[in-house]
Design a protein around this ligand. Structure first.
Ligand code: MHQ
Length: 264
């Protein structure tokens, strides 16, 4: 992930081909994206189910809550930055992504990686007791108290439980995150038509995957209905970060480079 620098001319000649993909082609798109997800999702479903029994103790919770705000921000920035690296790797493995110009690769990753993380969070979220995986153990919203971002955390946890209620499979999460990442409506894209074509293929693959279930149309609508809350969370995160940087510029300086590049 490099700084926004590459310049690339907009495609002058565009072929107007209808989406006439064969089932075999859609199947290929699905397989590529599902495999890319499984290879880059950081924790397998089995690992996550095992860890589900491992909670932060009351002492862990007190200890996290008594840390200075700057310390907790730094820790979260490190974890988020680490998780973003996996999202970058996911994107790179999606057929067609590396054929986009460098500008567009960067635009898509910068604008979409937090949304992808939020969807990926469903896998590491326990809706029974509203806990999320953090530092190898599950903990509730209160472990993040020292961040001083209660409204942001509330929104994140609300989204977590709402997405968990949809009970998405790894296959569905793979295709959904790919479709969110490869969005033609992101500002500053040079070749949005090319991105549009990629996304169309992914949506066809997602629809086909959802057809394996009952009431698939309904589910697609439900998935899409979570996008506005995700946007709200991204904006809240930006606001909180901006405020934090004013209060603690020295700490913000030492955030991981990838976190700074994506959000600062
Ligand atoms: C990924 C693994 C993963 C890694 C990091 C920055 C701020 C003010 C608040 C996890 C956010 C606090 C994140 C670390 C908190 C909600 C963040 C901090 C799936 C997502 C997951 C579990 C992240 C979820 C959100 C966490 C806990 O594969």
């Amino acid at each position: 992930l490099d700084v926004l620098s590459a310049h690339c001319p907009v495609e002058m000649v565009e072929e107007h081909r209808v989406l006439d993909l064969s089932s075999a082609e859609i199947e290929h798109v699905s397989q590529n994206i599902i495999q890319s997800h499984l290879d880059t999702c950081q924790f397998t479903s089995e690992e996550l189910t095992k860890m589900n029994w491992n909670f932060h103790s009351q002492d862990d919770i007190y200890s996290l809550q008594s840390k200075p705000c700057e310390w907790m921000w730094q820790l979260c920035a490190i974890h988020i930055s680490n998780a973003i690296q996996y999202v970058v790797e996911f994107a790179k493995r999606i057929d067609g992504f590396m054929d986009l110009c460098q500008n567009d690769q960067i635009v898509l990753l910068k604008s979409g990686c937090l949304e992808v993380l939020l969807i990926r969070m469903t896998r590491a979220f326990n809706p029974v007791n509203n806990t999320v995986l953090f530092e190898g153990k599950f903990g509730g919203m209160q472990i993040f108290r020292s961040l001083g971002c209660d409204d942001l955390l509330h929104a994140i946890f609300d989204l977590g439980s709402a997405l968990c209620r949809l009970d998405l499979s790894d296959e569905e999460i793979a295709l959904f995150t790919a479709a969110v990442l490869i969005s033609p409506d992101r500002p500053w894209l040079a070749e949005s038509r090319k991105v549009q074509k990629l996304q169309d293929r992914i949506f066809l693959a997602l629809q086909k995957e959802l057809q394996k279930r009952h009431c698939s149309e309904d589910l697609l609508a439900k998935i899409i209905s979570k996008l506005p809350l995700m946007k709200t969370i991204c904006n809240l995160h930006s606001d909180k970060l901006e405020f934090f940087r004013i209060l603690h510029p020295e700490t913000a300086q030492t955030f991981p480079p990838l976190y700074k590049e994506v959000f600062c």
